[in-house]
Every structure is written in C-alpha cells, then in structure tokens.
Design a protein around this ligand. Structure first.
Ligand SMILES: Nc1ncnc2c1ncn2[C@@H]1O[C@H](COP(=O)(O)OP(=O)(O)OP(=O)(O)O)[C@@H](O)[C@H]1O
Ligand SMILES: [Mg+2]
Length: 250
C-alpha cells in the first residue's frame, strides 16, 4: 500500500532537539492530524518530509523508498506538496500566475499549466479570483490560493501547515469542507497541522501529538480528546491557554 513515512526522524539545531525519534505515516485518501503547542516541532517535521530540512537521524520514505538527499523541488515532483505557515505566495503576481508558475516548475507546458491552474481554481470555488493580485487578497482567500497552488500537478500528498490560522469559525468550516474534498475527491493523503484542535478532531482519522519534539500521544480523535497527556501539554503553554476546548468541530 502507498504511504509517505517518517521513520525515527530526529532533528537537532545547535543542541536544541527539535524532533526526537519521530515516526509518522500518511496514506492516500486519509486525513491525518499533527498537533502540539508552539515550538513542538510540527513545521520542522513538514520541512523534513518535503526536503526543506535534512534530518539529523532517520529517514523519509515514499512507498518504502528513501527520499534522502532530495531537494524540495525533487520531492515536489514525486507528488509531495505543502503549504507554508503564512502563505508565501508571489504577492505581486496574479493568482492564476501563482499556480501557473508551479505547473511550469513541475514540467508542464505554459498552456497546460494555465489550463490546470484555471481548473484548480474553479474546483476550489475561487475561479473568479484568477486575475487578482495575490498580495491584495484577504487572508482566507490567500490560504485557498496557497492550497490550490499546492494541488497543481495533482500530488499524492499535501501537507497543510496551519491553514486555518486567523480564520473565523465559519471560514474554518468552509476550509474543513475543502480539506475533506481534497482527500475524498482527489484521493490525496493529507497531513493537517492546526492549532484549531476542534478542526483537527472533526476532520482527521488519525492524530499525532508532538510536544518538545517527541510524540506524546497518537490515535483516533476520541482518544486524543480524552487524553490527559494532551491536555497537560497544552495547558503547560501560556500562549495556548485560549486554544483547546477539545471539542470536535462539525
Ligand atoms: N532553522 C532553525 N534553527 C534553529 N532552531 C529552529 C529552526 N527551526 C525551528 N527551530 C526551533 O525548533 C523548535 C521547533 O520549531 P517548529 O517551528 O518546528 O515548531 P512548531 O511546532 O511548528 O511551532 P508553531 O506552532 O509555533 O508553528 C523550536 O524550538 C524552534 O525555535
Ligand atoms: Mg509551525
């Protein structure tokens, strides 16, 4: 069976252990969640899975084959896409061009890239935004464009780094529906990183909880919601005290 996995992954930054022996598996068509307090190592794990950060120890494997040493664009061509915490669109370019550039980078002709970009924006429901300059978009549209860009070339996996940050409850619910469609209609394996724990509990079949670089809990939403360890990890962080009412969002 297809899968993307992190096996025994550790990352050290000058003495700071950002990840310690982390194992994680993502499978097509499924939504997995990755949660944990600020600084837990979530983005570092996404960076390792996508070739932006070399692990100090451990391996990333796609269908059992090690991806060691591949550059981010090579990982992307293998069908592993991501979004960034905070967007990172080409802000001066129109929305359509943002997607087109990615398509061309993946080896499509310009014509094919434009056609796919248009189809992707339509599929997401933001076809009308194609000619807008990316940097002028409201936050939530920017996020959806970033997801559209990550879906160019129909990756097998998409890793979403805090896609709901700053969204209202209604916007988060809309995003939730989109993420569900990405898994069910496109068959993508999704890794969802979110501080909105309710969103994660409502969407994910399997959730991994990181704290200080180590996995402290994993399992189905019900087990995570009821976990004392998870509650404790969040309570211990002043910045997160307003966060997890550990209730699943619809
Ligand atoms: N390039 C880097 N150099 C040094 N330290 C880093 C680097 N990247 C991350 N760190 C540190 O590694 C730890 C994990 O950071 P990471 O960004 O992965 O956390 P996170 O779980 O994504 O947090 P947040 O929820 O705030 O986004 C933190 O202590 C962070 O300061
Ligand atoms: Mg992060």
């Amino acid at each position: 069976m297809s899968h993307l996995s992190a096996e025994n992954v550790s990352v050290s930054f000058a003495g700071l252990k950002a990840l310690s022996s982390v194992d994680l598996q993502i499978t097509p068509g499924r939504i997995s969640g990755l949660i944990g307090p600020n600084g837990a190592g979530k983005t570092t794990l996404v960076n390792v899975l996508t070739g932006f950060q070399a692990p100090t120890e451990g391996t990333i494997k796609l269908d059992g084959e090690a991806l060691t040493g591949l550059k981010p664009h090579q990982v992307r061509r293998r069908g592993i896409a991501r979004t960034f915490q905070g967007g990172r669109l080409f802000r001066d370019l129109p929305v359509l061009d943002n997607l087109e550039v990615t398509g061309v980078g993946l080896g499509m002709s310009r014509r094919a890239a434009i056609a796919e970009a248009e189809a992707m924006l339509d599929w997401i429901g933001i076809g009308a935004l194609g000619t807008r300059i990316a940097g002028t978009l409201p936050y939530t549209d920017e996020r959806r464009v970033a997801i559209g860009r990550a879906l160019m070339g129909r990756p097998a996996y998409i890793l979403l780094d805090e896609p709901a940050a700053g969204m209202s409850a209604l916007e988060a619910r809309e995003l939730s529906a989109l993420i569900r469609h990405i898994a069910s209609d496109l068959g993508c394996g999704v890794l969802l990183i979110e501080h909105n724990v309710g969103l994660v509990l409502g969407l994910c079949q399997h959730i991994v909880v990181l704290d200080s670089g180590a996995i402290i809990e994993e399992g189905p939403p019900a087990a995570i919601r009821d976990s004392e360890k998870v509650r404790h990890a969040y309570m211990g962080t002043a910045a997160n005290t307003d966060l997890p009412v550990l209730e699943a969002m619809e």
